[in-house]
Design a protein around this ligand. Structure first.
Ligand SMILES: Nc1ncnc2c1ncn2[C@@H]1O[C@H](COP(=O)(O)OP(=O)(O)OP(=O)(O)O)[C@@H](O)[C@H]1O
Length: 229
């Protein structure tokens, strides 16, 4: 296993966003982190990315505390835009290269092409769907070991979603792990190995997607509806 968390808690003043979760994530698998708005998915990803400190509990990546070493190996794509309005698509690449040693410029060019973006486009002129694609391209151009993508399909039209899902799948290798949050469970169901259902900061259900389907006689989409109805 690569990511291990035990009794992880995050409180924002009186609000408990993550309420004592424990689970492990195995290398080389694709995980869906599922749950409605406010269930704690983003908070968990931010803790694993080293952007938010847990209130209590432990979390390690390959035995290391979350910190500078793990940040070099974990690529996190937040729901918020990370680039400034004045930047062009090319500037975003340079900005990323300055921050991350594992950033592969050639791969970025390929991904920008694939997403039908142009290096000269100004980020402030991009539609929300194109800005979402830019975030994905920049994140997947890193040669990370663990990619955590928070709502990568948000704002992306139904035609482009397949392309994004295929691009995400290309990143999946034996030594690469993916953790993807999404409300669009249909799209994720096709590609995931494991599902983690989060409810009110707790794990409501988790397991290998195929085991869950067999055990409950339901698809992941149906389980989602049942858990959150
Ligand atoms: N900085 C913060 N200050 C106060 N409360 C916060 C903060 N960040 C998150 N919360 C609260 O913690 C809870 C979990 O939020 P979080 O963003 O982790 O959920 P989520 O499952 O990612 O939801 P969404 O799908 O809407 O992004 C929510 O009730 C939210 O209001």
């Amino acid at each position: 296993m690569v990511l291990q968390c035990k009794d992880l808690v995050k409180k924002y003043y009186s609000k408990t966003a993550v309420n004592g979760i424990s689970f492990d994530i195995d290398q080389g698998k694709i995980y869906a982190l599922l749950g409605p708005n406010g269930s704690g998915k983003t908070t968990f990803m931010k803790i694993a990315a080293g952007l938010v400190k847990p209130t209590s509990g432990t979390i390690t990546y390959k035995g290391n505390q979350i910190g500078p070493v793990t940040k070099e190996r974990i690529a996190y794509m937040s729901t918020e835009p990370f680039f400034y309005n004045y930047m062009t698509v090319a500037d975003v690449g340079k900005y990323y290269k300055d921050f991350f040693e594992d950033f592969d410029e050639k791969r970025y060019e390929e991904l920008i092409d694939r997403m039908e973006l142009n290096m000269k486009d100004k980020s402030k002129t991009l539609s929300s769907g194109l800005a979402a694609k830019l975030k994905i391209a920049a994140t997947l151009a890193r040669k990370a070991e663990l990619y955590m993508l928070d709502e990568p399909l948000n704002g992306i039209d139904i035609i482009a979603r397949d392309k994004i899902v295929t691009t995400i799948l290309e990143a999946a290798k034996d030594d690469v792990t993916l953790l993807i949050s999404s409300h669009l469970v249909d799209e994720l169901e096709k590609i995931i190995d494991n599902a983690i259902f989060v409810k009110n900061g707790n794990i409501a259900l988790m397991g290998e997607a195929e085991d869950l389907r067999v055990k409950h006689g339901k698809s992941i989409v149906e389980l989602y509806k049942e858990i959150y109805a």
